[in-house]
Design a protein around this ligand. Structure first.
Ligand code: HEM
Length: 219
């Protein structure tokens, strides 16, 4: 146990956990997006998809607990590293240290992450909590499309999805770097895959509120 607690308390250990949980979240987002895209196929298709998940409730509950642990570890380690880094930098300012991270995606991960966190709280309250803890049976399609008919709610989603793209664009390549998969030969490729992935996630997730706000009459 000694080496393990030493590792997870070191800053390389914390970076490792942040990257590992980040990769798991990257995978979760793909699965979550694929499920959500069935909203475009209409009420029956989406509610059938939700009904199938309902049949595997115990497994879904286990995944939800794991996701909670993953999110908590990701956020805790990110904030810890950001804060210790900030203190270290403020001490170094006397010798005029400049940030090594020059691109906007890298410099704003903590800001984009914080807004994604606020998004997640609102998201879980309006969809997950409402569908799991309502007294009456919930028509999930009606619940989701009903919320997206609200411009404030939909615009906030679109804004959060753009920031999610920013966050993923840095997070993707940074995670691979942590694991040492940043060999010169592959670095460009990983960077490109990361950028394509981030744009796809941001655009495809955002098409959902855009569609239900502007193009889908009569909920
Ligand atoms: C337009 C975009 C999105 C839509 C329409 C959407 C839809 C949903 C719905 C309907 C649920 C409830 C499922 C249920 O109660 O059975 C849910 C749960 C959840 N969503 Fe989203 N989601 C979107 C984007 C996101 C994003 C970007 C994230 C992460 C940053 C996210 C994270 C989660 C999590 C962690 C849960 C709870 C776990 C689960 O039950 O699967 N969602 N989402």
């Amino acid at each position: 146990m000694g080496w393990f607690s030493k590792f997870i308390n070191s800053s390389i250990g914390k970076k490792f956990i942040m990257s590992f949980t980040g990769i798991l979240l990257i995978i979760f987002l793909i699965i979550h997006l694929l499920g959500n895209l069935s909203l475009f196929a209409g009420e029956n298709a989406f509610n059938n998809y939700a009904g199938t998940l309902e049949k595997f409730k115990p497994l879904v509950r286990v995944i939800e607990v794991l996701l909670t642990i993953i999110f908590v570890l990701h956020i805790y380690n990110a904030v810890y590293l950001w804060w210790t880094n900030r203190i270290a930098k403020s001490k170094l300012y006397a010798v005029n240290a400049r940030s090594k991270e020059t691109n906007i995606f890298a410099r704003t991960t903590i800001q984009s992450g914080s807004i994604i966190f606020i998004f997640l709280v609102i998201h879980l309250k309006t969809f997950w909590y409402a569908s799991n803890f309502s007294a009456a049976d919930v028509n999930l399609y009606k619940l989701v499309t009903g919320w997206f008919a609200n411009p404030v709610y939909s615009y906030f989603y679109i804004f959060a999805m753009i920031l999610l793209g920013f966050h993923l664009n840095h997070g993707f390549q940074s995670a691979f770097q942590t694991f040492g998969w940043n060999h010169k030969k592959y670095f460009r490729l990983i960077q490109t895959i990361g950028t394509v992935y981030s744009i796809l996630m941001a655009v495809l997730f955002a098409t959902i509120p855009v569609y239900f706000l502007f193009f889908h009459g009569g909920h």
